[in-house]
Design a protein around this ligand. Structure first.
Ligand SMILES: [Zn+2]
Length: 205
């Protein structure tokens, strides 16, 4: 085959491929802000030396370490044991404009039998509907993995109201409940929760 006809054939093949080859699917980058509740002088719930601020901090460290998905970009309102006012947190959130704000907390109750995970959204949020849908997907993912998960609740917490993007609060369990406390303090259990949260992020697409 002459060089020119060979080149023409190569060209024609490339052109035809351009028409039949399916376009590479564009994978959307997912931006998430994780807000570790409390910090610094604000310990949150504190029971026998175990504090809410420490548990949420341990969890964000694990989420960051386990996230191997390059399409999930996670930002943190705090990564150290530092007090950050709520309005600073929401200013940071509204600058980043993520696809989701996940605020992590730990519960307490005078009823020591109360246990399990809870999700909160706010009807006052601009993104209430989307927040509720995301909370539902988190709820089912955890419930399907045998976690005790309550119904999604409405609350006008500052972070939920003031974030201009979908935002949910996840209460990881009750420090006032013996079994929840044991689980929340357990590194292996924390690993499971961290991995499950990343799976939930992967479904945000
Ligand atoms: Zn809290």
């Amino acid at each position: 085959m002459k060089n020119t006809s060979f080149l023409l054939l190569v060209f024609a093949t490339l052109v035809s491929f351009a028409f039949v080859m399916p376009k590479a699917t564009v994978i959307k980058q997912i931006n998430v802000v994780i807000d570790a509740g409390h910090g610094g002088s604000d310990t949150g719930v504190s029971i026998d030396g175990t504090t809410e601020k420490k548990i949420t901090e341990q969890l964000i460290t694990k989420i960051q370490a386990f996230n191997k998905n390059k399409n999930i970009v996670i930002h943190f309102t705090r990564s150290t044991d530092k007090f950050i006012p709520l309005d600073d947190r929401t200013t940071f959130i509204n600058t980043i404009k993520p696809d989701l704000v996940l605020s992590l907390h730990v519960n307490s109750s005078s009823n020591t039998n109360k246990s399990g995970i809870e999700f909160y959204v706010s009807k006052e949020s601009k993104s209430y509907e989307k927040s509720n849908l995301i909370a539902e997907s988190f709820q089912s993912k955890f419930a399907n993995s045998n976690y005790k998960v309550a119904e999604i609740k409405n609350a006008n917490f500052y972070i939920l109201k003031k974030s201009e993007v979908p935002a949910i609060i996840m209460e990881l369990g009750y420090l006032t409940n013996k079994d929840d406390k044991k689980n929340l303090e357990n590194s292996m259990e924390q690993n499971q929760i961290a991995k499950k949260i990343i799976e939930c992020f992967e479904e945000l697409n």
